[in-house]
Design a protein around this ligand. Structure first.
Ligand SMILES: [Zn+2]
Length: 84
């Protein structure tokens, strides 16, 4: 019987020791996730075709006449590249 008690005590001590070494990590919300769509302060670009402003991550970039342009859609890009 004493052996069982000792075992329980040992288990308890081991458990406490384990908790001391590895305190439960606080779950932190990942608020700095760079893969999210609209981080504040993202560069806005203007679509030269329709004049719409959109974040650079959503824009379709194209080189037109050696200059980098950003478009809101493939349609705009196509229309712009055909125009110039
Ligand atoms: Zn457009």
């Amino acid at each position: 019987m004493i052996k069982l008690l000792l075992l329980a005590l040992l288990f308890f001590l081991g458990y406490s020791f384990f908790q001391l070494l590895f305190p439960a990590r606080r779950q932190r919300p990942k608020d700095r996730n760079f893969s999210t769509h609209h981080p504040q302060g993202e560069t806005m670009v203007e679509d030269p075709q329709c004049g719409k402003y959109l974040p650079v991550s959503e824009a379709i970039s194209a080189r037109v006449g050696g200059q980098q342009h950003y478009f809101c859609s493939h349609k705009c890009r196509k229309e712009y590249t055909h125009k110039s």
